[in-house]
Design a binder for this molecule. Sequence first.
Ligand code: 1WB
Ligand code: MN
Length: 373
Amino acid sequence: MGGDRRTFLKLALAAGSLAEGTRVAEAGEAPVAPAKVAWRRIATEEAFATPAQMEAMGALGRSTWNNPDLALWRSFTGSRGERMRLRRALLDITDERLADMDANGVDMHVLSLTSPGVQMFDAETAVRIAAEANDFLAGIIERHPGRFAGLAAFAPQDPAAAVREMERAVRELKLNGFILNSHTNNEYLDNPKYFPILEAAEALDRPIYIHPRCPSDLLVEGCREYGMTSGMWGFYAETSLHATRMLLSGVFDRFPRLKIVLGHMGEGLPYWLWRIGNIYDAFHPPGSATRLRTPPVEAFRRNFVITTSGVNDPDVLTYVIAKLGVENVMWAIDYPYERTAPAVRFMDSAPIPDADRRRIYQANAERVFHIGG
Ligand code: 1WB
Ligand code: MN
């Protein structure tokens, strides 16, 4: 596949039909012809919604709560074309989604309940909608062998119920991990009230994917203008705040085998890793009483895996592989918020050996999410 592509590029350049430096990847949104390749393309941050979630978010959206996640959701119920497409695509698994996967050579979606999951509901509603979503996921996975895996939703509002649902999701429903959409009522996983959730994830040997949502009240005010509350900036500011709090709080001393997954190439943290380590060492030098057994940089390398969702940038890919090791990077599309074809083209043509391409497309996801074993 890689060879064919290079041959094509050479021929095209020789024939003068492409200016040097032209990127074929910019050709558009047409599906990628699913070439026969030696790996399965497993996409690891792929969103769906349930009717119950839509309905409950709709009810919150009609309240007076001035919240950026609700503003995003209100647009799903609007009549503007792109948002209507999103609403339909989130609720669909077996029609447009499977067709999109087939047309682009995508073997599997690892599905997760779309942001902010159940985290804005009262505890009772959250527990109920999470359990329904997890049952729905298990049914889909069973009816389409090999095409879907799933991350279980849970309700942090009720940590004891969350732990029970996490256990049910892995032991009975055979789901592959957990989805959390960053803060819950402005609280983060470094808060000891959530330690039972971290303990359960570690004991069940399944990762928690910390997916973005709009910034918490601690952060939101600076994001209210210029469209900054979601993917433009707020999503990764919020999610990297969450992860950094965890790294500095010592939760990875307490739960050394806990696995956390971050999307969007690590939400900026790989870029800041050296500086975080440098400043941590200045404040907590080796041998000092306040130094964690596993300082933040070591914990990031040991406990975190990242995905490529929404960042089809080969320079960033090369960087994160150098920084974290290729075994800690997985492929994702971020369907339906992002298009499939450019994500496939990006990973098919990334400047890495095919052995690494196979790890990022398939092997790392199989290991981290216990897929097919
Ligand atoms: C995502 C993107 C999620 C958007 C959303 O939740 C919204 C995502 C409401 O990337 O997972 C968005 O509007 O782009
Ligand atoms: Mn996403």
